[in-house]
Design a protein around this ligand. Structure first.
Ligand SMILES: *[C@@H]1O[C@H](CO)[C@@H](O)[C@H](O)[C@H]1NC(C)=O
Ligand SMILES: *[C@@H]1O[C@H](CO)[C@@H](O)[C@H](O)[C@H]1NC(C)=O
Ligand SMILES: *[C@@H]1O[C@H](CO)[C@@H](O)[C@H](O)[C@H]1NC(C)=O
Ligand SMILES: *[C@@H]1O[C@H](CO)[C@@H](O)[C@H](O)[C@H]1NC(C)=O
Length: 427
């Protein structure tokens, strides 16, 4: 319709009015088209809550390699592709074996009497607290068969500095981290040939504290080329480059066998407790503070935290300062289905695991619809989600001595997927 107006105008020869209306009608037509485009593509106009709720019964990606499926299916047993927490379990199993066999990593060496040994070497003590994942990774790596002393057989090079230790080191501190990293990269690039060969593309570091995000500001090559394995993996923020970088889960360390609580024994619909350090959390608590089904707390609980997680069907991970918190790990440990309320979170192992099979990822815009979204999940669907929670738990667990498929090995697999994008002929 709009097009015929334009044609009509332009074909009505030598009319002054035509000349006058032509630009106006062109402008009008473009506006209509633009409006239609925005209308049909923008969430601002069309935003039913169902859109952001990930449907656990959505069709599942079909496995890629039929041949590999047949080959591996015996080991995998009866788990069908459609009912699995993995995008493609058989492919993962095959690739995992290959990774486990072939991946070699060279860690820049430091002696115990090096002035920065505390930052470069794994700690002897038990990793503790919120940022334990960083410590656990380093300890596990140094004890593993992935480490090689021969850099010529290494596919990846580990930058062993600990952001968490640098923060607490009086000689460096939060304010000195950027300068320290700049000098560190300069040092290794002068003392060894490896950095210059690839501009750092086959190098990686691991950090769980969010100050790691700005730590590379004076070492741009690290930010742009190296593989950053971090807890605060938000693809909305400039320090993190999804696909190149990888997400490591933030896990509060727990030793004991996790307690079990059956789904029907979980009386509350959803649970959240935590400090009010973000708009998302404030909005969440303000919206649901008096609800009888959704239990939200902005201060210390009088009852044990574990009871909250064990007594609820769903447990909410609401973004704080960062997209990541230890709450997803907490929820999984206690067999509670995580609700992820953290926009732009590049979720850990997202290229291995299907997060929509064991969690509910909700846009923060949908906080007012949270109850409806969760109540619409049928009992059957819930049982499926909860069963997957139990099956993925092992991937979110650290060990003093790493075991296959635990958090350490999953991160190794993520690294392996990102290896060798740059090949060199030299060296
Ligand atoms: C991985 O490698 C270790 C050390 O060689 C071995 O003990 C383990 O069985 C391997 N795991 C798998 C799944 O191949
Ligand atoms: C860099 O090397 C110098 C000289 O060896 C050393 O004093 C300094 O501590 C090193 N700095 C870093 C950050 O590794
Ligand atoms: C690597 O490149 C830097 C900057 O160009 C240079 O200063 C350094 O000497 C080089 N390292 C080696 C080992 O050649
Ligand atoms: C919850 O209850 C308190 C106290 O009665 C009230 O001040 C608050 O506005 C209520 N919040 C909501 C969201 O209804």
């Amino acid at each position: 319709m709009a097009a015929s107006i334009v044609l009509g105008m332009s074909s009505s020869r030598c009319s002054r009015r035509g000349l006058f209306f032509l630009p106006i009608s062109l402008a009008f037509t473009s506006s209509v088209l633009l409006f239609l485009y925005v209308y049909y593509t923008s969430k601002l106009y069309v935003h039913p809550p169902e859109f952001s709720k990930i449907n656990p019964q959505a069709p599942v990606r079909v496995g890629k390699s039929q041949q590999m499926d047949n080959q591996i299916s015996q080991e995998v047993g009866s788990i069908s592709e459609n009912d699995d927490a993995f995008h493609d379990r058989s492919l993962f199993m095959a690739k995992y074996k290959e990774m486990n066999r072939s991946l070699k990593i060279y860690a820049y060496p430091y002696k115990k009497d090096d002035p920065f040994a505390n930052v470069m070497l794994p700690v002897d003590s038990e990793p503790k607290g919120n940022y334990a994942s960083e410590s656990y990774f380093k300890k596990s790596l140094f004890e593993s068969h992935f480490i090689t002393n021969d850099p010529s057989e290494a596919e990846l090079f580990y930058l062993p500095f600990s952001i968490a230790s640098l923060r607490h080191d009086k000689r460096v501190g939060v304010g000195g981290i950027q300068e320290f990293i700049r000098e560190y990269i300069l040092n290794i690039s002068q003392s060894y040939p490896f950095w210059n060969r690839t501009g750092g593309a086959d190098h990686f570091y691991v950090a769980c504290h969010s100050v790691g995000r700005s730590a590379m500001e004076k070492a741009v090559q690290v930010k742009l080329n190296a593989i950053q394995v971090v807890c605060s993996s938000s693809y909305f923020l400039p320090g993190y480059v999804s696909h190149k970088d990888a997400s490591i889960p933030q896990i509060w360390p727990r030793k004991a066998e996790p307690p079990t609580r059956l789904p029907y024994q979980r009386k509350k619909l959803a649970f959240y407790a935590g400090a009010m350090n973000s708009k998302v959390r404030e909005f969440l608590v303000k919206t649901w503070e008096n609800d009888s089904k959704i239990s939200v707390h902005k201060s210390r609980l009088h009852t044990p935290y574990s009871e909250g997680l064990l007594g609820s069907k769903f447990c909410i991970n609401a973004k704080g300062f960062e997209v990541n918190t230890a709450r997803i790990g907490d929820a999984l440990y206690y067999g509670c289905v995580p609700v992820v309320l953290a926009d732009h979170y590049d979720l850990p192992y997202a290229d291995i695991l299907k997060w929509d099979s064991f969690s509910v990822v909700v846009s923060t815009w949908d906080i007012p619809f949270l109850k409806k979204i969760l109540q619409e999940i049928s009992e059957n669907e819930y049982l499926k989600l909860q069963r997957k929670v139990m099956s993925v738990r092992e991937h979110f667990q650290w060990h003093d001595l790493p075991v296959d498929y635990d958090a350490f090995h999953m991160v190794m697999f993520e690294l392996w997927l990102r290896r060798s994008h740059v090949r060199t002929l030299r060296g």
